[in-house]
Each structure stands twice: as C-alpha cells, then as structure tokens.
Design a protein around this ligand. Structure first.
Ligand code: ZN
Length: 225
C-alpha cells in the first residue's frame, strides 16, 4: 500500500452534510486537482474537488450513476474508501452511542447521525423459518432485484415486503430508486433460484426504527428437494 500524505486546505462545507474539513489525505503527496474524488469523512458522500489552481472552491457530490461510470480503478478506490468510512463510522457509533460526551463537535455529530443509518442490522425477533414468500413483493432495477449492502457484512440483502406500500415507504426512506415492483409467484421457487447467489440473504419487511436502525425478519433458506 502506498503511504498517504495529509495536506491542509481551506475549509469548505460538504454539500451533502455541511461538515467542514480543513485537510485531505491523498496518496504519496498528491495534491488534489480539479475533478479529483474524495469521500466526506463525516457523511461518506463521494465528492469531486472543484479547484481553481491550488485553491479549493468547494465540492460537488457525485450521483450513484456517475460513480458507476467512473473508470474501474477509481470505482475500486471509492469502494475501499466507503468500506473504510463504514468501519470508522461504526466504531465511532460503538464508542459514543450509549455514552455520548457532553460536547461533540459538529463533525462528530454528523458522523454519528450517518453511522446510525448504516449501522449493521440488528434482529428484532427470531429467525423465521415458516414465513412464505409467495405473494410478497420486491424491487427490481436494471435486470435484477435491488440488493442492499450493510457495512461490516459481506452479504447482500434482498428486501421483500408484504405490501407494495411498505416497499415504497422503505425505499423512499433510504433514498434508493427502482424501476418496478415484482411479485413473487412461488416463494419456494424464488428461494431456490437464489441458491446460485450464496451471498444474498432474503429479508422480509425491513423498517427503519426511530434510532435509525434497520430491523427485519431474516428468511432462512429452506432445503428444497
Ligand atoms: Zn459530508
């Protein structure tokens, strides 16, 4: 791994969260150039530097579509940075959640707010084995079901819902778009079609609690003969 260098910058607020950072970390003494990409250390937004020579004018937040069309090495860097951010944010949450210090800086407060949203899921109840997925619905986008990633887990989660309203509400809350809502005709068949994707876990009726945690019922794959 290459070493990193910190260099001071004029503080500019993140357009996504308003947090200000007055330094950036780059590989091997590199200084940012216009259009270079960075991750907000508070909210995890992926942003491009807007530079005038060496002067930082501000940031522009990249959309998921823009990130998806970045060159492969840049996309990999974004993935690594996001994963590092998730670890960092989760640790901060563990440290402060139950025992917040009197005075938290604005940046740390923003960080904790975002950390709660991406915190690894906690289970509400027992793992359900008897739930049928028949007639449940899921979101579909770009030729596949919409999958969610949770930090600290290598699994992809496929959220299913008892109702289309529940689905729309959840996706609206997490700000993820989809093309259509599909209905599961046969739950058993649906689960067995996922056998080829060992890292996909099906969850039912996820919801976001007031504390920003994601709660859901995890569907155990039933052995299909
Ligand atoms: Zn931010």
């Amino acid at each position: 791994m290459s070493s990193t260098t910190q260099f001071p910058m004029s503080a500019k607020p993140c357009p996504s969260c308003g947090g200000e950072s007055d330094c950036a970390t780059g590989p091997d003494g590199a200084t940012p150039e216009d259009g270079d990409i960075s991750l907000c250390m508070y909210c995890g937004a992926v942003r491009a530097f807007m530079m005038n020579g060496h002067e930082l004018l501000g940031y522009r937040v990249l959309t998921e579509d823009e990130i998806a069309t970045l060159p492969a090495d840049a996309r990999l860097s974004v993935m690594r940075a996001r994963s590092a951010y998730a670890t960092f944010a989760t640790r901060a949450l563990e440290e402060y959640e139950n025992d917040p210090p009197e005075s938290l800086s604005q940046g740390v407060r923003i960080l904790l707010e975002h950390a709660r949203k991406i915190a690894p899921p906690s289970f509400t109840g027992k793992r359900e084995e008897q739930v049928s997925l028949t007639d449940k619905v899921f979101a579909w986008r770009d030729l596949s079901p919409v999958l969610l990633r949770m930090p600290g887990s290598h699994l992809f989660y496929l959220p299913c819902f008892s109702s289309a309203e529940g689905l729309r509400g959840f996706f609206g809350q997490i700000g993820i778009g989809f093309d259509v809502i599909k209905k599961i005709e046969d739950g058993m068949e649906f689960m067995s079609s996922l056998d080829v994707h060992p890292h996909v876990t099906v969850i039912l009726d996820p919801r976001i609690t007031e504390e920003g945690r994601v709660r859901f019922i995890q569907i155990q794959p039933t052995v299909v003969s």
